[in-house]
Design a protein around this ligand. Structure first.
Ligand code: SF4
Length: 184
């Protein structure tokens, strides 16, 4: 079955690719993540997904335009931000799957214990109906450590925060001033 797998990042893509292949799917990756900021971080994560594609011999459909404007216009900030962010990425995933003749679609966001799994699941179910593409549900949260190990083995870039400039601030706001100089 031809399946489109939305990839939020390289490390989260490895395990789903293998799991889906074992289940008989022919996987193509989609990189569409206007939520990743700033620009050099976006490039690093895009490159990590490309490397996964090369090493696993999987085609990658890339949206390589930096999407900060789109993210701020459509997602904004504050409460409900993550839901709108999922909506943006998942609706593009199911729409692309329908337009390009994929029979099914899913997302690597379902691998992460840090994401709102149930929200992603129910949103994907609705989009699958809307676009008449089958949603392949995955729950790899229990195997997140294994996914991280694989990423380490592949020397893939592993990000330190979810993606948007707001999550970057939330990740680092408690880091003491001056500590970042020691990181250089
Ligand atoms: S924290 Fe993550 S899921 Fe939430 S809006 Fe930012 S990038 Fe999107």
């Amino acid at each position: 079955v031809k399946l489109l797998l939305h990839a939020c990042c390289g490390p989260c893509a490895l395990l789903p690719i293998r799991t889906l292949r074992e289940a008989g799917h022919t996987v193509t990756l989609l990189f569409y993540n206007p939520n990743i900021h700033p620009f050099m971080e976006f490039r690093k994560r895009l490159r990590a997904v490309e490397l996964v594609g090369e090493r696993e011999h999987v085609d990658v459909i890339e949206e390589d335009r930096y999407g900060l404007d789109e993210f701020l216009d459509r997602v904004g900030r504050g409460e409900g931000r993550c839901r709108r962010c999922y909506e943006l990425r998942l609706s593009r995933t199911f729409r692309t799957a329908a337009e390009r003749g994929f029979e099914s679609a899913t997302t690597t966001l379902l691998t992460s214990p840090q994401q709102d799994h149930e929200c992603i699941r129910s949103m994907s179910e609705k989009l699958a109906e809307q676009y008449r593409v089958q949603f392949v549900y995955l729950d790899l949260r229990q195997r997140h450590r294994e996914a991280q190990e694989l990423a380490r083995k592949y020397s893939l870039y592993r990000q330190q925060y979810c993606g948007c400039i707001f999550s970057e601030y939330e990740r680092y706001r408690t880091v003491e001033r001056g500590a970042e100089e020691g990181d250089r």
